[in-house]
Design a protein around this ligand. Sequence first.
Ligand SMILES: [Zn+2]
Length: 246
Amino acid sequence: LIWLYAFMSCRALFALSGFLLEQVASGQPVDPNAMRLTAAEAEAFERYKGLLSKASELRFAGTILDMSWPDDVPKPTRALDRATLSTPDQTGYDLAHFGYAYAILHEIQHVKFSSDGNAPAEPVDEEIACDKFAFEFVLAKIPEYAIQTRENELLVRRKRAASLMLVMSLPLGVADPDYWSETPTHPSVRRRLELLAAELDSLPANDDVWLYGSAVVLARLLAVSSQSPIQATTARNLFRQLLAKI
Ligand SMILES: [Zn+2]
């Protein structure tokens, strides 16, 4: 599901980020009822919606063998070569892989809590502590990595932050709204995304990561119901306002 959602989220980003950036940069309200999308953006939004229904089909199918695979998403097979993918699909590929890394790190902290016998008393607090461990692991040592590999530090940070945005918003893409709120064992999607936003606060206020987060949240909310206009000063501010609507 992370794989499918990674590609789905890229469609949402492509469809909505131009419009969102334009509105925020010009100080105009983001009015989801009056979105001016290019033909290509509108098509990407339709593809997003198509993949959204595929995701729920996959959730009930159990395995990808039991469903018809969407033709606009590469199949996650062992033989798949990243180099043969288009640039947008390489983004989906990378986000999904970082997403798997987050999932493993989160589970490692659960195992560590259990073997050390020091897990927080409340299951919800344990989930949050496991998220925090994974966030810190993924975001640590970026300056050292950037120097070693001669990559741009901000780009490295952005890519990793985007992958955390992907996994923390996963329930939006693959589950019905009933599953977004807090349960006895898990924090709500909104709370997890708010904690992530706090962790990423040092990113520039109009960073692409905030646009990515805003696009995935808004695209999903629009699939549920129409949304009222939002006046936002920056992309980060827009993202935070959208979280309040989840
Ligand atoms: Zn967990």
